[in-house]
Design a protein around this ligand. Structure first.
Ligand code: ATP
Length: 228
């Protein structure tokens, strides 16, 4: 579904990605891992067309998406839950969800069933939500686009343990519906059991790709690239 090969990206003159390879198969959940500053967010931004890939190839559903603007990539079916959530603060919860509604499958009712708290807060402005509720809204908003591929950058960062568990349960439920997912999160304990494949980045390169079981069983690998 998604194929990135040798992706190179820059912030001005400063190169951040030097050769990122990753692929997501239809219906799979892929974990993108690496310590802070290794290029996970930059990879996601590049896939989504929020910054250009200066080198490498990038295809989605067989289409070359390198160089496409972000709105085109979104229209092709990539839904992003960005780091920091970025809900529309002046809109209500319901308006945030309606703003991106497209296609069939995920609608207000389905999102309300996934996150009952959002239904309770439907008429509240997004700025009044807690961090966890904002993350639910960001996930709900991405699902409302009925994406072929859902991308989550730092799915549970900064959330209280109990809220984190709610988010993981929702991600597991979304996953069960066959949703293809690319996800960044630091919490391996919750992430690895859900994932089908892992990609590790180190200094803007893909340095390891493999099965979650193999990573979970390899303390040396975890120590070397993830600092666990
Ligand atoms: P984190 O887990 O901390 O979010 P990350 O793996 O997502 O880390 P990136 O945010 O993609 O890493 O950063 C990759 C590299 O790009 C780092 O060296 C970082 O300093 C650099 N970088 C990120 N954003 C910018 C920016 N706006 N301008 C210049 N350099 C940047």
């Amino acid at each position: 579904m998604l194929e990135a090969r040798g992706i190179e990206s820059f912030y001005g003159p400063s190169q951040a990605l030097f050769g990122v390879d990753l692929s997501v198969a239809e219906g799979a959940m892929v974990a993108l891992l690496g310590r802070n500053g290794m290029g996970k967010t930059t990879t996601i931004r590049t896939i989504c067309g929020l910054m250009p890939a200066r080198g490498g190839s990038l295809s989605f559903l067989g289409k070359d998406i390198r160089g496409l603007p972000a709105f085109r990539v979104a229209q092709l079916g990539v839904g992003l839950v960005p780091e920091g959530r970025r809900c529309f603060p002046n809109l209500t919860v319901g308006e945030n969800l309606l703003a991106t509604a497209r296609g069939a499958g995920w609608d207000m009712k389905a999102v309300a069933a996934l996150f009952p708290k959002l239904e309770e807060r439907r008429d509240q402005s997004a700025r009044t939500l807690s961090g966890g509720e904002q993350q639910m809204l960001a996930i709900g908003r991405a699902l409302m686009t009925n994406p072929r591929l859902l991308i989550l950058d730092e799915a549970t960062e900064g959330l209280a343990p109990v809220v984190r568990q709610e988010i993981w349960a929702a991600i597991a439920a979304v996953r069960q519906r066959g949703q293809s997912i690319l996800i960044v999160d630091k919490n391996l304990k919750d992430l690895l059991p859900l994932a089908d494949a892992c990609v590790i980045l180190e200094k803007g390169h893909t340095v390891w790709q493999g099965r979650p079981d193999d990573l979970a069983a390899d303390a040396v690998l975890q120590d070397r690239y993830l600092g666990v």
